[in-house]
Design a protein around this ligand. Structure first.
Ligand SMILES: [Zn+2]
Length: 139
């Protein structure tokens, strides 16, 4: 019989898909018994389960027990997965920490009509220009 619930099969890891109200930069993903990862919107229930189970899992991982939601989030933010299910013998998954967002270069429109990354805009006698239009605009 295939288990379709996820109460007994699961890990939580941080992802970067969507913010939620527990963290402005992380989303929480839960692995179901089919192995796929889903963004978890209602984290409260799983946080409670994580805390309840961690007395057990912490001993198995030879680390100090985490007893608060903040501690769990800190652990998850390190890229560690935490189990709240009973399949404790499975390997604890470690995921890379979320990457910081790559800043988009800021673009600015020049008087020549072209847009260039800010910092490469040039100033000419007739206004601002992109590098390609610099000679023409300087006349
Ligand atoms: Zn131009």
């Amino acid at each position: 019989m295939e288990m379709t619930g996820y109460e007994w099969y699961g890990e939580l890891v941080t992802g970067t898909n969507q913010p939620d109200n527990h963290s402005p930069t992380h989303s929480y993903e839960r692995q179901q018994s089919n192995g796929k990862w889903y963004t978890e919107g209602n984290i409260d229930k799983f946080m409670a389960q994580l805390i309840e189970k961690d007395a057990w899992y912490a001993r198995r991982e030879n680390r100090q027990q985490i007893t608060t939601e903040a501690g769990m989030i800190a652990r998850l933010s390190e890229g560690k997965a935490l189990r709240f299910g009973d399949d404790w013998y499975a390997q604890i998954r470690i995921t890379p920490p979320p990457l910081p967002p790559t800043p988009e270069p800021e673009w600015i429109e020049c008087d020549c009509g072209h847009s260039v990354p800010i910092g490469t805009r040039m100033t000419t006698s007739t206004g601002t220009s992109c590098p390609d239009c610099y000679d023409r605009m300087s006349d």
